[in-house]
Ligand binder design. Structure first.
Ligand SMILES: [Zn+2]
Length: 631
């Protein structure tokens, strides 16, 4: 991509802030808020995706008492909210979506006056609770509604062990409000405790201090002492077992997956040590991971202390564990220093991809990390080209405009990979040593706070450029506020992929005698992705006869191979592809395959018939994207 990006979308306000930033006329207001509160009243950035007005009254602590009812597919109980309000504040405003509010009382037992406002299809309903003098605690009795969007209730047959039902939540970005009444904004942080009651024999895990075995009575108590934003509220309930990995690390999974999970993730403790060495102390106590049933819509979700992960990374050869490095890195970028609004999502994800790559470089070497970067670059270039072609140029900006939109629209490779390459560019500009000092200080000084793009740029100017006597790069603002990919985008050279490129050339010339023994799944993914866009059935059949991609045990390989199969309606793959689509709920794989199928009439028929069977197995997050794509 050439430098056809512009900064016309800048508002005067932002331009003003930036000029101030660049000339260092104002300094960043940063506070260290370790383990206490986050930010002072009045300095929380306005979040267009939340009805709450935290600068008037802000929730600081929550006590939950919840009952998980598998038969009714409902969570019900109470949420006790402790808040701080401005002296003249009249109401506490919360976010809810499809919640049944039974009653609200003040801490003194009096009934509270409240109003549940009209529901917006994306954002839900504001819940306005009238404040009562100096009382700073309310108790809300409530139940989740039918089809609560954060919750996925799985029947026994949809689990790995197939013996019992399973429940997990996915709260990011704005789905926490569908299972807890709260201020659902990443700019608001709170601590919490929870009592959760489930059927006997089930284990419960939350984004908190977790048990390692099932309780006798089905009652569990949780405590999260570090303040977190609402999107990190998480709950999983099922027949789950635990296996330790290191002193601070371990895995949870259904029994039939536990052994595989333990060996797949045996490097977790090493990753944790590497991460701490890079950017400072791990602040959350333990770091565990749960392997969820296959319908989990993402690769992983960085719920504090307990990453939720897809079983599609159980490849048997540890080849897909960079995902663990990614989720672990979020313990700093995202969970410790959080994007203040979803328009600043790149602050969470760009930093995390950068950090993940650094962990993998330290763990497996530079040539390995270069492969990850090269894959990320190729994916980014493709996605930017798609945005440009479809007239969505403004969605290629790091700082997104998500006004009136679902923040889920911002989950693209722009936040992840353009964000990553921006940081890589910064690293190359100032040198790795200085950049590492800067990042470590950033995580330390801004720990337990939320930060938006404008505040970050001010901080960057003060602490990276000015401190080192450097001028910001001339195209700094183009990177953040411009569209497309700047010319200064770092170019990745992967020595290992160069070998694959020469194998591809040989294959195109009809020579299939190249050696593939040392190839990792990344090399295979690069090979498959870079096969010719158009292939005849003979080539597809020949590739499959030689490498059997159709039945690979590696989900990343299947994910890219089935795109070719869908494009060329390669019939021999249909049965296995259908099986994959029906059992896997990870959106990253689903969207490209379905997207390719619907480009032909025959493929579309196939896509619709598979989707009909598969849809009940998917989480709301995947369903809402695929409904848009297919219907
Ligand atoms: Zn992430």
């Amino acid at each position: 991509m050439t430098s056809k990006y512009n900064i016309m979308g800048l508002t005067n306000f932002i331009t003003g802030i930036l000029l101030l930033a660049i000339f260092g006329a104002i300094s960043c207001q940063t506070k260290t808020n370790e383990g206490k509160s986050a930010g002072t009243m009045g300095d929380i950035v306005k979040d267009i995706h939340s009805f709450s007005q935290p600068n008037e009254a802000v929730v600081r602590h929550m006590n939950l008492d919840l009952y998980v009812d598998f038969a009714q597919k409902q969570i019900r109980g109470t949420a006790e909210l402790e808040f701080v309000a401005k002296p003249n504040a009249e109401k506490l405003i919360l976010d809810t979506k499809n919640l049944k509010i039974e009653s609200i009382t003040y801490a003194n037992g009096d009934k509270a006056a409240y109003k549940l406002l009209e529901e917006d299809p994306i954002f839900g309903s504001a819940l306005e609770v009238k404040l009562n003098g100096s009382i700073n605690k309310i108790i809300i009795k409530y139940a989740t509604g039918h089809g609560a969007e954060a919750l996925q209730w799985l029947g026994a047959t949809q689990t790995a062990d197939k013996t019992d039902p399973f429940l997990f939540t996915q709260s990011q970005a704005i789905l926490a409000r569908s299972w807890i009444p709260l201020q659902d904004s990443p700019g608001v942080r709170f601590t919490y405790t929870a009592k959760v009651t489930v059927p006997k024999g089930f284990l419960v895990l939350m984004s908190a201090e977790n048990p390692q075995q099932a309780s006798e009575d089905g009652i569990y108590h949780f405590k999260m002492e570090q303040p977190i934003p609402s999107y990190l509220m998480a709950l999983a309930v099922g027949r789950i077992d635990f296996a330790p990995i290191g002193v601070r690390t371990g895995v949870y999974a259904e029994l039939s997956m536990l052994g595989r999970a333990k060996s797949e993730f045996s490097e977790m403790e090493d990753m944790l040590r590497i991460a701490e060495k890079l950017y400072g102390e791990y602040r959350w106590g333990r770091y565990d991971l749960i392997v969820l049933p296959p319908s989990f819509p993402f690769g992983g979700m960085e719920n504090p202390r307990i990453t939720f992960a897809t079983p599609t990374i159980l490849a048997g050869d540890k080849s897909l564990t960079s995902l663990v490095a990614h989720e672990l890195a979020h313990s700093w970028s995202g969970n410790l220093v959080t994007n203040a609004t979803w328009s600043d999502f790149w602050l969470n994800e760009g930093f995390t991809v950068y950090f993940e790559t650094r962990i993998m470089e330290a763990l497996k070497g530079k040539d390995y990390a270069d492969m990850l970067s090269a894959l990320s670059q190729q994916g980014l270039e493709e996605e930017v080209a798609n945005f440009m072609d479809s007239g969505q140029e403004s969605d290629t900006k790091l700082k997104l405009d998500l006004t009136g939109r679902n923040p889920d629209d911002g989950v693209t490779s722009i936040a992840y990979d353009k964000g990553y390459f921006f940081l890589k560019y910064l690293e190359e500009y100032v040198g790795r040593e200085k950049f590492d000092v800067f990042l470590k200080k950033y995580f330390e000084e801004l720990a337990f706070t939320s930060n938006n793009t404008e505040r970050f740029l001010i901080y960057l100017n003060e602490n990276l450029f000015k401190k080192n006597g450097l001028k910001p790069m001339a195209d700094l603002n183009d990177w953040v506020y411009g569209t497309g990919l700047p010319e200064s985008m770092p170019k990745v050279h992967s020595a290992r992929f160069e070998e694959i490129d020469s194998a591809l050339l040989q294959w195109k010339e009809g020579n299939i005698a190249f050696s593939t023994e040392a190839w990792s799944s990344h090399e295979w993914v690069h090979f498959i992705k870079n096969l010719p866009y158009e292939m005849d059935q003979k080539s597809m059949t020949q590739l499959d006869a030689q490498f059997d991609f159709t039945h690979s045990g590696n989900a990343e390989i299947l994910g890219v191979w089935y795109v070719h199969c869908a494009r060329h309606l390669y019939q021999s793959s249909f049965e296995a592809m259908e099986q994959f689509l029906v059992t896997t709920g990870r959106r990253k794989f689903l969207t490209p395959i379905y997207g390719e199928l619907i480009t032909t009439a025959k493929g579309k028929d196939l896509a619709l018939s598979i989707y009909k069977n598969a849809r009940p197995n998917y989480h709301f997050v995947a369903i809402s994207s695929l409904d848009k794509l297919l219907y």
